[in-house]
Design a protein around this ligand. Structure first.
Ligand SMILES: [Zn+2]
Length: 345
């Protein structure tokens, strides 16, 4: 009996081998399954028949049948995965838009560090009543210079520093976001507190600290009875909130064409508390922003009576603040699109 079974199985194995080599699609795969693993197959019949075999021989029979089952199953699974991947590939090629196909995995991006810091700063100034106004990156000479009290012979107007377009002699890429403030003052009646931010362009050489474009954020307040003390309070409050702690500041006299008096705000280095470190270049102080009382000529140029209203303005570089917040050593990291850098935020 056992010999007969072994002979039969030998023949069957050869048949399985030959049949499985001819499986080319899911139809022939199914035919193979029915023939060798189905209800009427030799394997299933013999397994059902096991109970009629004498107790002595049953374990041997069982073992042989089990080996056969493993052989058939492995042939079947091998062909099945092959056909499935072939059919998937075919389907992908035939119809790239088939919505029933499983989706391809995609990576989720992260917010750019400049955007994070811009949002943080806007939120702080929102809390003090400043609201965002938008403006164009392409501007006229009038809004970029003339209305901002920058005389014809001022070096900033030089083509070496400003990008002029070939659209017309007066059309340029804004060199600061103050242009937005001029337009806001034209449209809105004081009292007003506005914030403008965005990309600005200057003809700079590219290095670790400078790019031909960067991002600026400016605030402007025009109200009755404003004074330098009000501006100091607003900026000190901003510095404290941005760095998350009480920080000593100082206002050094400076010059800008559109503010008078003008000042540069320094903050005691929040990383070494003034002792000197790499971030502050061992000076203990960080130059953070420029500010001042709006020049009466600027107010006049947009039709605001300087005898009635007083303004203050401040402007900062967003790259500078972002580099400080995250201790980023090189401005070029912001614009290379390197995922190793961007994924850290
Ligand atoms: Zn320091």
């Amino acid at each position: 009996m056992l010999d007969t079974l072994e002979n039969t199985i030998d023949r069957l194995r050869k048949e399985i081998e030959s049949d499985s080599s001819q499986i080319t699609d899911s139809k022939s795969l199914e035919a193979f399954r029915i023939k060798f693993m189905g209800e009427k197959s030799f394997l299933i019949n013999e397994q059902k028949n096991l109970k009629n075999i004498s107790q002595d021989e049953r374990p041997k029979y069982g073992k042989i049948l089990n080996e056969l089952k493993i052989f058939i199953t492995s042939k079947f699974e091998e062909k099945k995965s092959l056909i499935e991947s072939e059919e998937l590939e075919k389907k992908l090629k035939e119809n790239a838009k088939d919505s029933t196909l499983p989706g391809l995995p995609f990576e989720i991006g992260s917010e750019h560090p400049l955007s994070i810091v811009t949002k943080d700063i806007i939120e702080i100034f929102n809390g003090m009543g400043f609201s965002v106004v938008e403006g164009s990156e392409v501007e006229t000479d009038f809004y970029n210079f003339t209305a901002l009290n920058t005389p014809e012979d001022h070096p900033a107007r030089d083509e070496q520093d400003t990008f002029y377009t070939n659209v017309g002699p007066q059309i340029l890429l804004r060199s600061h976001t103050s242009t937005v403030q001029i337009r806001a003052m034209e449209k809105m009646k004081p009292p007003l507190r506005v914030l403008a931010h965005g990309r600005v362009y200057r003809n700079e050489e590219i290095n670790a600290r400078k790019m031909p474009f960067f991002h600026q954020l400016e605030i402007l307040a025009v109200e009755k009875n404003l004074n330098f003390g009000n501006m100091k309070w607003v900026l000190n409050e901003f510095i404290k909130k941005f760095f998350g702690k009480e920080i000593k500041t100082r206002f050094r006299p400076d010059f800008f064409p559109f503010t008078e008096p003008s000042a540069e705000l320094d903050a005691q280095c929040p990383f070494c508390d003034g002792a000197g470190c790499l971030t502050c270049g061992n000076r203990g102080w960080l130059e953070l922003l420029g500010c001042g009382m709006v020049d009466p000529n600027v107010l006049k140029s947009v039709g605001i009576n300087p005898d009635e209203y007083i303004g203050f303005a401040a402007g900062l570089g967003l790259e500078r603040f972002t580099m400080l917040k995250y201790r980023i050593p090189d401005i070029r990291y912001f614009f290379t699109g390197d995922l190793r850098f961007l994924k850290q935020f």
